[in-house]
Structures are given as structure tokens and as C-alpha cells.
Write a new protein. Structure first.
Length: 537
């Protein structure tokens, strides 16, 4: 069903309806109905003019509305290392942004069992990050262990069960076993071009860079052993700020410096353009996906042929670069051991070679095309591609895909207009300098309650690429270009979906569409279901 869900902070206008919900049996079974909690809700609605005994008055209360009708309440509280929340929660606080705990109830019984449970939580978290705290990248929720339905709802909304614990504090559920579930988002990582004023900071950070190298490479070079004064030193990076053939970037997570990337052109292949000379992420941000995102941004900012040179003994770096490059290039890269001449102390290197122009968001091999978010101006071209595919599908299955005519085309345009502005959809186009040559639309949904794939699902139904002339033994024919355009679109939408907490991908394809099916299979997807169509005559 369609859900038009909005959110706003609870105000005194909602007092009667909130307290009527609190009196409902299904709410009283699991919700904290202590007088302190009720007083805190009222205090919040009145503007928090009085001190509160309930968690120091730190909770924020929200109302969820469906088509303007209030039906649920959500409470949020920011969790920090200073808060008395127990070792388990402390160990799962965000290291990159902010962490919030949630509690949630549907008060209006008319909205129970109609698909609102999971969808409300999905949309609220997106709303909260967009409108309230852009640094919120970790959410915790802790239903009672005997609240089996709640756990299923939360898992379908992308929360992962990580541990069980006994509730502490003075609340009603103190001592009762609970589940702890978590939902994490990729942090906002940016690259800031470094100027000479940034040189001292980067040079100072380089001490920690050398310290990190000493963990695995300290035994192979005196440069990475502990100095007599205990102060690690790095060679001078100033040339990265003075020479046009080199570049420096500060890696930032939100507004905080998280490391640096230094690029040079010390390459082993004459047609390679850039090499990752030095790459460092501060310990706080390691293991959080920051390095991968930063590297991908550097490759997109400087499209072309790249090299990454790694000392063989640096096992963790080898693992990081191989995984990151493989994901970025869809496994299209070369890896070999070479002897280099720009580092006489460590001449043996593992060299990764790849072309960043094969990655969507930058240029691809197909007529210098790129993948970007779809906009209003793209709708007509998207509709033309879609119509071409519909007419071809109609020939293969004239009942299920029977074309609805021009009136249907107008409905499709209006539908596209809604989707490109809906946060629950990811709409991307592939285009070259002249035209749009493909598009993909995915909807973020939860699985039916009888299934639990481990998180959200990205359902892709509209996925089309334009045909191009390709030669064969009989001459030239038009064939859909799935290998380049389709791959670019699919790779980019997967990258965006991962950042939104999506766990699985579902792509719809006509059974007769051999080219598309072959592409999807080569992309690592497998068939889960086949539809059989027929009339009732």
C-alpha cells in the first residue's frame, strides 16, 4: 500500500491523543508507562521549562502522521561516551558521527498490521538524518526479548541484532532481558584540496602514518623503527604542495580532519597518470569505511589510469587496496609484483593498475558517458527509453506487457516526477554529451514479514539501456549495451544503496530478455523466482 508519512515534534496539541495511546493495552504491554515518563513527555511538549528526572530530560519526542493523521510516536536520545548506558552500548557508539537510541510505538490500532511498522522506522531515520542531525550515522534500538514482533519489524527496517543484555537503570524494564539492534550509515566523507597552509598539519600527521607502518613493516627498515627519542619522523612531504605533478588532499569526515591522500606521477607504466603516493586515515576512523570512500573520491576527481604501489610486507594495506579497487572497478584491474626505481630502500612492490573512467560517476568507455542522479529535465528521455522497452516486451508477452497507449505514457511521466523527489527511491541516469543512454530506478523497501534477508531491500524494476550499433558477422546490428552502461548504472546504485543500509538487491527482468538476464547473472545475481502468466479463458 502507499504510505504518505510525515514527522514533526510532539507539541501540546497532541497531548490528548498521546495519552490515549499510552492507555492502549498493546502499548502498555511493552511501553514505559511510569509517571516519570509521562511527566517528561508533557514537559517536552511544554517546551522543557522545568528540569526532568527522566534521563535528565534529554529525550526528543516525535509524532508520525499518515496523510496528516497522527498514528505513532517516536522518541530519540543522543548517546555519548559520557552517558551511563553500559559497556555494550558504549562499544557500539559511532566513531565517525553521532549515535542515537530510538523507541517507537504505533498508538492508533487502525495502523497496525498494514505495513506501517517497518516503513515508519525507515522513513523516520532518513528524515532525522536529513532534517535534524546530518552527522547521525548510528542508531540503536533495544526491544524487550519477548517482543518478537518488534524485533522482526526493526530487522526489516535494516537494524541488525548484535547482542542481548539486561536492561539497567530505574525504568520499568530494569533487569529484563532485551535485544540490542543497530543500524549504521556510511559517514559523509569529503576531500579538501590541500594548500601550503595545510602542509604543517599533514606533516605532523605523518608521524602517526609512520607509526602505523611500523606495525607490519618495522622489521624491514630502520625508517619505521622506534627512534631513540620515541618520536616517529617521516620524510618531508612539502613537494606535494609545490609541484604541479603532485596533489595533496585532506580527508574530512563531516567537518573533522580524518587523514590525508598524497598523489604523484611516479608510475611504472607509461600510460598511467596517477599513483597513490601516501595514504593515511587516523586511527579513530579506521575500519569505518572512511578510507574506501576517500580513495574512491580521489579516483573520481582525477579520472584516468591509476596505479597503487604497496610494500608486500604491508599485509593490511594489501588487503585494503585489493578489496577497495576490486569493488570500485567491478573486479577489472591488474595486480603484479614489480621492481621500482623511485624507492631504492623498498624497490619490490605490489602494483595495482586500473582505469577510474570505468567507474560510474566519472567517464566510462562508452562515448565518454557518466552516471548522475536523475532530474526533472531527464523525464522525457527516460520515458522514451521506457516506451521502447515496453513495446519490445509486449511482443514477447502480449498479455502481461500490453501497451496502454499514449495515456499510459502520460501516467508514466507523472510517476517519474514523483519518484525523482522521493527519498525512498534512487533514480539514476547514464548520459553522454548528447543524450541519455540508460536509467535505473530502485525503491528501498522492507521484505514481507515472513522473510528476513538481514536488512532492507532495493527493488529495481525500471532498468533500461539504449541500444548501440555493434558489428557481427552479418554486418552491424543494434544491441543493448549492458556491459558498459548497465554495469555503470548497477554499480552506482549499489554503492548508494549500501550507504542507506540496504542488505539485498532484487532486479526484475523479462524472462525472454536474454541480454539483460545474461548481464545480471554475470553481475553475480541469481534467479529467485519466475512468474507464469496466462489468461483465465
Amino acid at each position: 500500500m502507499s504510505h504518505k508519512i510525515t514527522f514533526e515534534k510532539a507539541t501540546i496539541a497532541y497531548k490528548e491523543i498521546i495519552f490515549s495511546w499510552l492507555a492502549e493495552p498493546h502499548v502498555q504491554e511493552f511501553w514505559d508507562n511510569t509517571q516519570d515518563h509521562k511527566d517528561d513527555i508533557l514537559n517536552f511538549m511544554n517546551g522543557r521549562n522545568e528540569p526532568s528526572n527522566y534521563y535528565d530530560g534529554k529525550y526528543v519526542y516525535w509524532i508520525a502522521l499518515a496523510f496528516g493523521q497522527p498514528y505513532a510516536m517516536i522518541m530519540t536520545i543522543q548517546e555519548t561516551i559520557q552517558d551511563d548506558i553500559g559497556e555494550l552500548k558504549h562499544s557500539h557508539l559511532s566513531k565517525t558521527g553521532n549515535t542515537y537510541s530510538l523507541d517507537y510505538m504505533i498508538g492508533n490500532t487502525a495502523y497496525i498490521g498494514k505495513g506501517y511498522g517497518t516503513q515508519t522506522l525507515i522513513e523516520f531515520v532518513n528524515f532525522f538524518r536529513d532534517q535534524f542531525d546530518k552527522k547521525a550515522d548510528t542508531f540503536l534500538i533495544d526491544p524487550a526479548s519477548d517482543n518478537h514482533r518488534a524485533k522482526r519489524v526493526y530487522e526489516k527496517a535494516g537494524f541488525k541484532h548484535i547482542a542481548d543484555f539486561a536492561m539497567g537503570g530505574d525504568c520499568r524494564d530494569a533487569g529484563k532481558p532485551h535485544h540490542l539492534l543497530i543500524k549504521k550509515f556510511a559517514p559523509a566523507v569529503t576531500l579538501q584540496p590541500g594548500g601550503i597552509s595545510d602542509y604543517p598539519m599533514i606533516q605532523n600527521m605523518a608521524r602517526f602514518y609512520v607509526y602505523d607502518l611500523s606495525k607490519e613493516c618495522g622489521h624491514i627498515s630502520d625508517d619505521w623503527c622506534l627512534p631513540a627519542d620515541g618520536l616517529f619522523e617521516s620524510f618531508d612531504f612539502k613537494n606535494y604542495f609545490e609541484e604541479s605533478s603532485q596533489k595533496a588532499y585532506l580527508v574530512k569526515v563531516y567537518d573533522d580532519v580524518a587523514g590525508f591522500i598524497l598523489l604523484n606521477q611516479a608510475v611504472t607504466c607509461k600510460d598511467s597518470g596517477w599513483n597513490v603516493g601516501e595514504f593515511f586515515i587516523l586511527g579513530r576512523y579506521q575500519g569505518q569505511g572512511v578510507g574506501r570512500i576517500a580513495a574512491e573520491k580521489a579516483w573520481r576527481l582525477n579520472p584516468g589510469k591509476w596505479e597503487v604501489s604497496v610494500i608486500p610486507e604491508n599485509i593490511s594495506a594489501l588487503r585494503f587496496w585489493e578489496n577497495t579497487i576490486s569493488t570500485f572497478t567491478c573486479h577489472v584491474f591488474e595486480k603484479e609484483i614489480k621492481l621500482i626505481d623511485f624507492d631504492k630502500d623498498q624497490p619490490k612492490r605490489v602494483i595495482f593498475n586500473f582505469d577510474s573512467r570505468n567507474k560510474p560517476g566519472s567517464k566510462t568507455k562508452n562515448n565518454e558517458s557518466s552516471v548522475v542522479k536523475a532530474g526533472h529535465a531527464d523525464i522525457d528521455a527516460m520515458n522514451i527509453l521506457s516506451k521502447q522497452k515496453r513495446l519490445a516486451y509486449e511482443k514477447a508477452q502480449p498479455q502481461f506487457w500490453k501497451w496502454a497507449g499514449d495515456s499510459g505514457e502520460e501516467v508514466q511521466k507523472e510517476w517519474f516526477k514523483e519518484l525523482i523527489y522521493d527519498d525512498n527511491y534512487i533514480c539514476l541516469i547514464a548520459k553522454n554529451s548528447e543524450e541519455i543512454i540508460g536509467f535505473i530506478i530502485g525503491k528501498i523497501i522492507s521484505a514481507p514479514e515472513v522473510y528476513n534477508p538481514g536488512g532492507l531491500t532495493l527493488m529495481i524494476d525500471d532498468f533500461h539501456v539504449a541500444p548501440k550499433l555493434q558489428s557481427n558477422e552479418g554486418g552491424c546490428v543494434l544491441q543493448d549495451d549492458w556491459a558498459t552502461i548497465g554495469s555503470a548504472l548497477l554499480s552506482e546504485i549499489k554503492s548508494i544503496a549500501r550507504a542507506k543500509g540496504v542488505a539485498q538487491l532484487v532486479v526484475v527482468s523479462g524472462d525472454h530478455d536474454a541480454a539483460k538476464k545474461s548481464f545480471l547473472q554475470k553481475s553475480g545475481l541469481t534467479t529467485a523466482s519466475i512468474w507464469f502468466i496466462g489468461g483465465l479463458a
